[in-house]
Design a protein around this ligand. Structure first.
Ligand SMILES: *Cc1c(COP(=O)(O)O)cnc(C)c1O
Length: 355
């Protein structure tokens, strides 16, 4: 371990209060958090300590100017009980891409991964044993400097917290293709996992849900016809035997599940094309019977099967069944819990006695 991460353990674990068969969504947190502070141009004092509220100055710049970014990933357990992380170095480098875009300092990738490993090692008993469950990990960084004025902050916190999450039951979802509101524009912050991107999506998502849809399908800012992505998922279509996913044009989040699904599909012998794709093309493929499957990809749910896309005045029917997406989902899940060979070397083991 090249970083000296000091550890203060909790005196009173809350683990016995958690019902692993009934994990509430996003409201339970493990005993500890990783934290370090950036000041004087350096990350200082990396440590793990009991999870607690963090005092915030009312002028903390994150609250006013939105310098706040995050990551999302999961820790799993194999049959022997060894914790496993899925491609954590990709989350580390993506956090730093987000940081650069938002004028924030980068975190050394080794510090990011070491902090994750130490936290998961210490709180490994919180990784739910049930199939499909996992320990959700939330690394994030925000500006703490108390200053009123427009410039980059000079002090930040980088924190990792962990929250057990129950199994997600994949059902076929319905998307609303949004033509009024947008998520990201060329030159904007769409590639960054920046807190403000999600704030801007809340209202359009509420409106789509009120219409009976599960998620918003985001279209491009200029013409409202090119498909970008879904909520917190990237999107894939199977048309005439081939897979198509929107290219990474600067407005699409670089999903690690997306990247992995592309590699997996190619290894299964499918052609995967990354290119611009319009909602009209999807409508046409649905009409002429060549639209075979559609699905979203993201850490939270893995693969979400899409059965329908709602547009103003019409509905695009996709399919009620998604056999290839199901196969991809099952393979991904099996790799994540060490049930099948990790043939892409995606998994990183965490020694649970690390801490
Ligand atoms: C996080 C996220 C994704 C999915 O990324 P993964 O690394 O696969 O979890 C896709 N789109 C958006 C907007 C996201 O925030």
């Amino acid at each position: 371990m090249s970083y000296n991460i000091s550890i203060t353990k909790t005196q009173s674990s809350k683990l016995d209060q958690l019902d692993f068969d009934n994990i509430p969504l996003g409201t339970s947190f493990t005993d500890h958090m990783f934290i370090c502070e950036y000041k004087d141009g350096q990350w200082q004092n990396p440590r793990i300590e009991p999870l607690r509220p963090i005092p915030t100055h009312p002028a903390a710049m994150a609250l006013h100017y939105g310098q706040a970014i995050f990551e999302g990933m999961k820790a799993y357990k194999n049959a022997e009980g060894t914790p496993l992380l899925f491609r954590p170095e990709h989350n580390a480098s993506r956090l730093n891409k987000s940081a650069e875009r938002m004028g924030m300092p980068t975190v050394p990738e080794e510090l990011f991964v070491d902090g994750l490993k130490e936290l998961v090692a210490l709180d490994h008993a919180w990784i739910p044993p049930q199939q499909g469950s996992a320990l959700y990990l939330r690394p994030f960084m925000y500006a703490t400097e108390a200053f009123i004025g427009m410039r980059a902050a000079t002090s930040y916190n980088f924190v990792i917290m962990a929250s057990p999450s129950g199994p997600y039951f994949s059902k076929h979802i319905r998307l609303w293709a949004e033509k009024q509101f947008i998520r990201a524009a060329e030159g904007g912050t769409g590639e960054a996992k920046a807190a403000g991107n999600y704030a801007a999506a809340i209202r359009p998502t509420e409106l789509a849900k009120a219409k009976g849809y599960d998620q918003v399908l985001w279209l491009d800012a200029a013409e409202h016809k090119y498909i970008q992505e879904v909520g917190t998922m990237n999107i894939f279509f199977k048309i005439n035997g081939n897979f198509i996913t929107p290219e990474l044009d600067g407005s699409v989040l670089h999903g690690i599940t997306r990247l992995s699904v592309i590699e997996l599909l190619k290894s299964m012998g499918y052609q995967v094309i990354e290119r611009k794709i319009t909602i009209d093309e999807i409508r046409e493929a649905s009409r002429n019977g060549t639209l075979e499957e559609a699905f979203g990809t993201g850490t939270a749910v893995g693969i979400a099967y899409i059965k329908e896309i709602g547009l103003e005045n019409e509905t695009i029917h996709v399919s009620e069944e998604s056999p290839v997406a199901v196969e991809v989902n099952d393979t991904l899940n099996a790799i994540k819990i060490g049930k099948i060979d990790d043939r892409f070397s995606w998994m990183t083991e965490v020694q649970s006695q690390l801490a």
